[in-house]
Design a protein around this ligand. Structure first.
Ligand code: MRU
Length: 352
């Protein structure tokens, strides 16, 4: 059973990629049309579009935009493919942690190399495939939602961190997709949303999209989760992921690891909701996941105002890695993977 969410985060329309500008939500709702691969690089880097599955689709659209640009001047197919590959590498360098970006861009480049036809045929195939991946993303999220809803206790209060919602995907969401599907079955469930410093995706984006859907949501600051767990006020945690290693170690927004430790201590089930495209079976453990270091202004400033001493040292990793032993289950479109994750992940990929 699914719950319809009206939010479409990114969409291929009139030969451009139309996306919700997530840097200005919830103050302003604005759509941005991205028309070139370079514009897409900056849309991802500057987080106009963010969230692992959404930036995957943005990458796929970016390759299609690159092909459109090149097809206007390039007549030699080999040169076209060489230059397209350069644009693809450039797109992949926009953000390092979410593997969905590499997954989707590589899929497009593989397709471009397989097409036997003309430059025009390749360009059309890339556009078509970008739209296909876009549509599949929503279907995958709904499947995850259905699986995940089965493990949500009746009347539960669910804690989530960052935004793993419709805004982090094409629509419906991963962790928030589980919440949407659970809410469709049981309207007594409630959500606690972590603020998620420094960029406040929880406060700005998760509360915005859940309250639009009428799902009861309480905003808390990041340091409050243990307090509410100790009071028995949180029954389950569900978060998204940016990259999952072959042993289940999971990179997600900075602060997720702290929530997982608190959940373990208080015996609160801790779930990851992520599509198989977020699992990077080429890496054995979370130690190999590249962690993005972000602009220090995200820490020193709030809404453009300095909030600390001007000569203080700053460090700003965008993600942390939750070790697999803290994870109860990984909710995917193929079912819920359980520990031992080395085996359950291996098994699900063998069937692919
Ligand atoms: O830096 P962001 O906002 O792109 O980080 C997003 C997250 O960490 C999400 O939780 C993750 O991508 C899962 S999205 C379904």
């Amino acid at each position: 059973m699914t719950f319809e969410s009206k939010i479409k985060t990114i969409e291929w329309i009139n030969n451009c990629s139309r996306m919700i500008d997530q840097t200005i939500l919830p103050k302003e709702f604005k759509l941005v049309d991205v028309k070139t691969a370079e514009e897409m690089y900056y849309a991802i880097k500057d987080m106009i579009v963010r969230g692992a599955p959404a930036i995957g689709i943005a990458g796929a659209h970016g390759v299609a935009l690159g092909a459109i640009e090149l097809s206007k001047t390039e007549k030699n197919k080999e040169e076209f493919l060489k230059k397209l590959n350069q644009k693809a590498q450039y797109l992949k360098s926009s953000r390092p942690t979410a593997v969905n970006l590499m997954w989707a861009v590589d899929k497009q480049i593989k397709l471009a190399n397989e097409i036997q036809g003309s430059i025009e045929d390749i360009t059309n195939a890339l556009i078509k495939n970008g739209i296909k991946l876009e549509n599949e993303d929503i279907e995958i999220n709904k499947k995850m939602g259905d699986y995940g809803a089965e493990v949500v206790p009746k009347g539960a209060t669910i804690l989530t961190h960052c935004n793993a919602g419709a805004l982090a995907t094409v629509g419906y969401g991963t962790a928030l997709g589980v919440i949407r599907s659970a809410f469709a079955k049981d309207p007594t469930i409630k959500v606690f949303a972590d603020e998620t410093r420094p960029r406040q995706q929880g406060a700005r984006l998760t509360t915005w999209e859940l309250t639009q859907d009428g799902i009861p949501t309480t905003l808390i600051t990041d340091g409050m989760c243990s307090y509410f767990m100790s009071k028995g006020m949180i029954n389950m945690v569900v978060v998204g992921a940016d990259r999952i290693a072959a042993n289940g170690d999971t990179a997600n927004k900075i602060g997720t690891y702290t929530v997982a430790i608190a959940a373990k201590y208080h015996n609160v089930p801790f779930y990851i909701a992520a599509p198989l495209s977020t699992i990077d079976i080429s890496i054995k453990s979370g130690k190999e996941i590249p962690i993005e270091e972000r602009n220090h202004e995200e820490v020193t400033h709030i809404n453009g105002d300095w909030i600390c001493a001007k000569d203080v040292n700053i460090i700003n990793p965008g993600f942390d890695v939750t070790p697999n032993e803290l994870i109860t289950g990984i909710i995917t479109e193929k079912g819920i993977l359980k520990p031992n994750f080395v085996d359950s992940i291996k098994r699900v990929f063998e069937k692919e």
